[in-house]
Design a protein around this ligand. Sequence first.
Ligand SMILES: Cc1cc2nc3c(=O)[nH]c(=O)nc-3n(C[C@H](O)[C@H](O)[C@H](O)COP(=O)(O)OP(=O)(O)OC[C@H]3O[C@@H](n4cnc5c(N)ncnc54)[C@H](O)[C@@H]3O)c2cc1C
Length: 382
Amino acid sequence: MPEFRFDPVELPPTAPALRERVRQFLALERSRHTFDPIRNSWTSFNAEFSRRCGEEGLIGLVFPREYGGQGMSNLERYVVMEELIAGGAPVGAHWIADRQSGMQILRHGTEHARRLIIPRIVTGQCYFAIGMSEPDSGSDLAAVRTRAVRVDGGWRITGTKVWTSNAHRAHYLIALVRTAPKTEARHEGMTQFIVDMSQPGVTTRPIYNLYGGHDFNEVVFDDHFVPDEMVLGQPGEGWQLVTGELAYERSAPDRFMSVYAVLLETMRKLGPQPDAHAASEMGRFVAHLAALRFMSNSIAGKLQRGEQPIVEAALVKDIGTTFEREIPEVARKLIPSESTMGKGNSFDDMLGGAVLRAPAATIRGGTREILRGMIARGLGLR
Ligand SMILES: Cc1cc2nc3c(=O)[nH]c(=O)nc-3n(C[C@H](O)[C@H](O)[C@H](O)COP(=O)(O)OP(=O)(O)OC[C@H]3O[C@@H](n4cnc5c(N)ncnc54)[C@H](O)[C@@H]3O)c2cc1C
């Protein structure tokens, strides 16, 4: 039977200094009241904070220097991501561009796209959205119906994407589009395009979530023109590209640390002498966190070596987001509190935000059922 490989990796010698640099930056920003760690997570959108991250050199660490990056390793970037998330930093504006879109452009984009876009991502002033899901195609991406036809100098796209987080504030969106008729080989005939959201033929409409927030959208393409320079890879390679992109999307610490502040605050409230039940719950969470961190770290090492750890990333996302859902549920049983939103009590508000966000974690980026199917296939069980 095939097996998962999570080889241990050593963080580079530069890690402690990098960690300290991010901590000092966050302490300074907190002292300036730029953000409140209690009310934020990696999904919180704060353009000014992202610009500050850019100034501090905390974006595009792994991008090559010739495009404005710092040529660091994935493991160095891992340390920075971990500290930003643990510190409750509102990195949502630039997160997608830094975590996955920039890498897609560097690996598969044209030189024109790299030079046009990558230096702007690094400054924290260029944001990306993910255009994978469609009204009848979320889990089953091979069923995408948005299509593009070849025209002189590029392609014209028509169709609809849904659940596109932050598309209303993004400068670009990477869209997975059908460029050849569907055949028995369902995964063939798709292509990824970089869509400039400011160009004609793109309409973004809000989809309000259950608590009235506007995070995601429907994006409609009506004969939208994309020049050849904005195609990723070769036409027809979209499936391979999108699965590679998902390895970046599913394996990072944002998949298990978005409620880290709730865990810490719960421990603080329980104090140094928790009862046996509370101690056992906290011990269990700390052990899970350590295991997840080890696995996610190991994947960062694989990405650094140019591997595509798709099944391992699915496992981290599945276990990580299940872990994230459990923390607020256990916390509110252990500490008498009422989950609230913006009422002023920091623990209740933090718990309120976590309870509302947690269910989405196991859906976005691939549902639990789909990930478990992939894991079973990866193990040769299906
Ligand atoms: C907060 C949030 C942000 C998101 N942001 C983005 C974004 O930026 N860009 C983007 O493209 N998408 C985004 N999504 C969409 C997300 O990726 C999809 O919701 C997800 O992939 C599921 O697709 P679906 O909603 O169409 O559900 P469906 O695919 O219709 O699935 C419905 C249910 O059926 C189950 N199911 C489906 N097929 C199978 C199967 N073969 N075997 C077993 N069970 C199955 C699923 O697990 C699920 O429980 C976001 C979603 C959320 C919640």
